[in-house]
Design a protein around this ligand. Structure first.
Ligand code: 5MM
Length: 345
């Protein structure tokens, strides 16, 4: 292995080491503003900056969080005292990362499907982020389940774009987080989600291999295998854990160091319970770390407490720290309902 490859491998392993996980705080301005609007928080550059400062200055965050994914605006911001956010993260042992896709846009000729854009000029953008201090990047593809969807061309084009992104990241010395998200929206069964997710992951690894991506130097950030939100038959925590890990076993090579799940809109404690069940049942046999890279399932309680008021900042940080600690416990299979009650008291 070359020193360049070894450095990718070291970063990827550091992102999943010590039972820690990744804080996704890379909401684009539109998404962040939508979440602020729901709570009556002003949708301004300063509000977004103040909120992200609150997140990254949470005491002891680095005990449970290995890396943070930022959005371009946040990546260039500073605390009120003038310390760059990147330096705040680095000083607390959290590896800085950057979302580099430019969003999911309508896929021509495929009503209801999207293709994630951002490959044009990506080499130059990655060089800048790397020079500024990023050590990993993230790209999300969005797959919808509906009648006749996803199409084969929808799956293949998204997998191809993700693999080209991953190759460019590794060329720039950044670990690519590859995030194919099969949405929970819909009334499909867990079996249907399993079938689609299996196809998505198969296509992703075919394309990653075609583009000569070093599997030891990437992280997969997938959805859990779940029934659609409006499906009449919901699944138990153990059923979700079994379906998800069995699907990973069929499709994800053992060379990949870590799986860091997205939460996708699951209630916070339920996402944690499902991650806990996966580790409880499979950790000793799984070749990859089973970890988290949640946005909403880490941040939502903190955001609801903060509501744009500096007086609530400490309580909000406590809520974020608690969710991070619960998810770290879930990585060890040591989380329980009591962990939630304990924090509440
Ligand atoms: C699926 O979204 C990612 C994980 O978040 P959840 O745990 O809440 O599902 C998240 O990193 C997402 O990619 C960012 O929030 C950016 O979203 P947009 O849509 O603004 O690019």
């Amino acid at each position: 292995m070359t020193p360049h490859q070894q450095s990718l491998l070291d970063t990827a392993q550091a992102l999943v080491a010590d039972d820690k996980g990744i804080l996704a705080m890379d909401e684009s301005n539109g998404t962040c503003d939508e979440r602020f609007a729901e709570l009556g928080i002003p949708q301004t550059v300063e509000s977004r900056r103040a909120y992200r400062e609150l997140l990254i200055t949470t005491p002891q965050l680095g005990e449970s969080i290995s890396g943070a994914i930022l959005y371009d605006e946040t990546f260039r911001q500073q605390t009120v005292e003038g310390t760059s956010f990147l330096n705040v993260l680095i000083s607390t042992g959290i590896i800085p990362g950057i979302k580099v896709d430019l969003g999911a846009k309508a896929l021509a000729g495929h009503p209801g499907e999207t293709i994630t854009e951002g490959l044009d000029g990506l080499r130059e953008r990655l060089a800048e982020y790397s020079q500024m201090g990023a050590r990993f990047a993230k790209w999300r593809a969005v797959i919808t389940i509906a009648d006749g969807l996803p199409s084969r061309s929808g799956l293949e084009s998204n997998a191809h774009a993700m693999a080209r992104y991953a190759a460019l990241c590794q060329e720039a010395g950044l670990v690519p987080i590859v995030e194919p998200e099969v949405l929970m929206t819909g009334d499909h069964s867990m079996q249907r989600c399993l079938k689609v997710t299996r196809e998505v992951w198969r296509n992703v690894f075919i394309q990653l291999n075609c583009q000569r991506v070093l599997l030891e130097g990437l992280i997969l950030k997938p959805n859990m295998v779940l029934p659609g939100l409006s499906c009449a038959t919901q699944a138990t925590v153990d059923e979700v854990a079994d379906a998800t890990v069995n699907c990973l076993r069929e499709t994800v090579p053992a060379a990949v160091p870590g799986i860091t799940f997205l939460s996708g809109g699951q209630p916070c404690a339920l996402a944690t319970a499902r991650l806990n069940a996966m580790n409880l049942r499979f950790k000793s046999r799984a070749p990859w770390a089973l970890s988290f890279s949640f946005s909403r399932a880490l941040q939502q309680p903190a955001l609801e407490i903060w509501r744009g008021d500096a007086a609530n900042a400490k309580a909000a940080q406590q809520a974020l720290r608690h969710r991070a600690q619960c998810n770290r416990a879930a990585r060890r299979g040591e989380w329980s309902e009591a962990s939630e009650t304990h924090a509440a008291t």
